[in-house]
Design a protein around this ligand. Structure first.
Ligand SMILES: NC(=O)c1ccc[n+]([C@@H]2O[C@H](COP(=O)([O-])OP(=O)(O)OC[C@H]3O[C@@H](n4cnc5c(N)ncnc54)[C@H](OP(=O)(O)O)[C@@H]3O)[C@@H](O)[C@H]2O)c1
Length: 283
């Protein structure tokens, strides 16, 4: 049962969530299901997605379909959309949540690493959005919600991913205009630091999160459930007049904080406050 929304607002609708077997994606699956949507989750690891689908099915009292899919592989993406339509006969909500990156200073990112992150987070999002649009949404309408990251300032250590996610946001604004006439809404949710299983992907991820906590004005990390609520808001009738937007959910972090120390040069330039010549004689 949703703690925030009426429980039947998505009744009869079908939601496909990539990365729906872990962390933020699983919370989104729970929240949309609790509002009545039928759920399909997908990610690369077949065993992980099958286990998560079985777990969510037991928890939610509905049969959650779990399909393996690497969003970088266009044939697999088409098969995922076909599998969803074969099972449920419609596809109303697509949540492009599946993705990831590794932490690295920009000068250490190798071509292979760059390509993998951009292919996953930008091209993968496009692959699935396009497949869902072609197979269903351009005819019947729908909602696409893309999970991105904080792109408004620099994101040191994540040059590849922040570039890809900013690309997703630009894509979303563009599709929101081009596809509005088809009854399609496209939005992004931009989470700050969220306490999710994804933290384990980083060496000392827990420690990094604990350190960063003090740099967030609300002095805590976000929860997966809070991201899911924002997604549900955009997916349901409350979001009916919102398209092409990027909604930030970061406890105020974008407004403040400095997680990347910049070393001083050997000598700092002298700070001299300028004055006009006629003001320099001590008058
Ligand atoms: N946690 C945060 O603080 C935070 C902040 C901003 C943005 N985000 C973003 O939010 C999303 C969810 O993150 P999370 O924290 O819940 O981490 P997570 O548990 O690591 O979730 C990532 C999910 O994406 C799936 N995935 C990765 N590559 C994929 C691919 N090529 N094709 C299909 N599925 C793929 C993974 O499953 P498989 O390994 O089985 O493929 C996994 O289920 C990610 O895009 C993440 O970058 C997270």
């Amino acid at each position: 049962m949703s703690r925030l929304f009426k429980n039947d607002v998505l009744e009869g609708q079908v939601a496909l969530i990539t990365g729906g077997g872990t962390g933020i994606g699983a919370a989104i699956a729970r929240e949309l299901a609790s509002q009545g949507a039928r759920i399909v989750i997908a990610s690369r690891k077949a065993d992980r997605i099958a286990k998560a689908a079985a777990g969510l099915s037991a928890e939610l009292g509905q049969e959650v379909l779990g399909l393996p899919c690497d969003i970088r592989d266009r044939d697999a993406v088409s098969a995922l959309v076909e599998g969803t339509l074969a099972q449920h006969g419609r596809l109303d909500i697509l949540v492009n949540n599946g993705g990831g990156q590794f932490l690295s200073p920009a000068e250490m990112i190798r071509p292979k690493g760059w390509d993998a992150v951009v292919e996953t987070n930008l091209t993968g999002t496009w692959n699935l959005t396009r497949a869902a649009a072609d197979a269903w949404m351009l005819k019947h309408g729908g909602r696409v919600i893309n999970i991105t990251m904080l792109t408004d300032r620099g994101f040191p250590g994540m040059a590849h991913s922040v570039a890809a996610r900013a690309g997703v946001e630009a894509l979303s604004r563009t599709l929101a205009v081009e596809w509005a006439a088809y009854g399609l809404r496209v939005n992004c949710v931009q989470p700050g630091l969220i306490l999710s299983s994804g933290m384990n992907n980083y060496p000392d991820g827990g420690e990094l999160a604990r350190q960063t906590q003090s740099e967030i004005p609300l002095k805590r990390l976000g929860s997966c459930e809070e991201v899911a609520w924002m997604v549900a808001f955009l997916a349901g009738p409350a979001g009916a007049y919102i398209t092409g937007q990027v909604l930030t959910l970061d406890g105020g972090r974008t407004l403040w904080g400095n997680t990347w120390p910049i070393p001083d040069p050997p000598t700092l330039p002298e700070v001299l406050i300028p004055s006009e010549p006629w003001e320099q004689d001590g008058d």
